[in-house]
Ligand binder design. Sequence first.
Ligand SMILES: Nc1ncnc2c1ncn2[C@@H]1O[C@H](COP(=O)(O)OP(=O)(O)OP(=O)(O)O)[C@@H](O)[C@H]1O
Ligand SMILES: [Mg+2]
Length: 373
Amino acid sequence: MTPSVPDQQSVAAVLAAVADPETGRPLAEMGQVQSIAATANAIRVSVGLCSHSAILKQSTRGRIEELLRTRFPQVPVVDVEIVEHIRPPAKLGQIGLEAKSVIAVGSGKGGVGKSTIAACIALGLARAGSCVGLLDADVYGPSIPHLLGLTGRPEIENGKLQPMRYPTVLLEPATQTTVAHSMPVMSMGFLIPAGEAVVWRGPMLHGAITQMLRDTAWGQLDYLIIDMPPGTGDIALTLSQVLPLTGAVVVCTPQDVALLDATKAIAMFRKVNIPILGMVENMSFFMPPDSGKRYDIFGSGGAKRTAAELEIPFLGEVPIQIPIREHGDAGRTADNYIDPASRPYLETICERLVGNLAAAHAARPPMPSLPVL
Ligand SMILES: Nc1ncnc2c1ncn2[C@@H]1O[C@H](COP(=O)(O)OP(=O)(O)OP(=O)(O)O)[C@@H](O)[C@H]1O
Ligand SMILES: [Mg+2]
């Protein structure tokens, strides 16, 4: 029976259907429904979300409001407040990395924009308010320091490598003041003098990656984003041995040869039991800023089709933009989030990626905290 006046119980019943975007479990079950106040004139609820879900804050709020409005159309005021919920990450694997999601960004082919997309995913999540670390696992050709304009050598404190830090600013500060964050970044580029070639064999490669993961003072992370080198499965194998990876994002360009290589990369990740979180199509099309006409330089829609055929989520496309290359060369990759021609594409990818993570996390759910109500 529909009550004419909503009460705590009937509002709680609506909230029971809402899953936490991080764990996939009902928010109430995870102790994230902070308060419910319901009268004939207003429903006010306060729901906690962890910083892992920061990029989905607005959409989660909108969804809950919509559910309440649909269920109680006669109530003039529906107000959903999202507050911070703290649930620290568990230690992962033998190396004890404290992160909730570890995401590798790879592809079979070189030069498709893996490092650019990996940096943009890390920056997009950090700007939204998540704690993000970025590991450049391309030990032969590290490009993250260049893309972010970071230089210097990490210091060692208490036996741990201090990562370099990239300053980020919160997209929507919770308070009136702007909150500055900094993103820990580690790369072989900081450890080996610029221009010097690394000549290593497989076991040394394994050691270098394990060391950067284990011996860096990452702190507690929501996400560790790993920029993978092109091709070989060596690093994927190492990662799968030392960490339970949440999964991999595969970047490709739309032409057939790149898609063929992406398909091989997906098979490679699957072979070492790394789940595929989705596919990104980079350099999808070119739209000259002075004409607005779309040119499908490498063909169109190939990645979306391939993703559908392989039954993996399609996370989005990124057009070829001259500023993306310019920002990369100038060490200002973060400026892609200022450019309105790039920003929506990058944000969509981050939102879809995080939106798909609950399913990946459901396989190893965290312990629920006690409900507040
Ligand atoms: N959407 C884009 N529009 C324009 N330029 C791009 C785009 N994506 C990447 N680039 C540029 O393409 C070049 C290669 O990108 P990036 O280094 O990210 O590729 P990669 O796949 O990591 O390469 P590698 O295989 O060498 O690791 C860079 O100069 C980068 O700025
Ligand atoms: Mg790269």
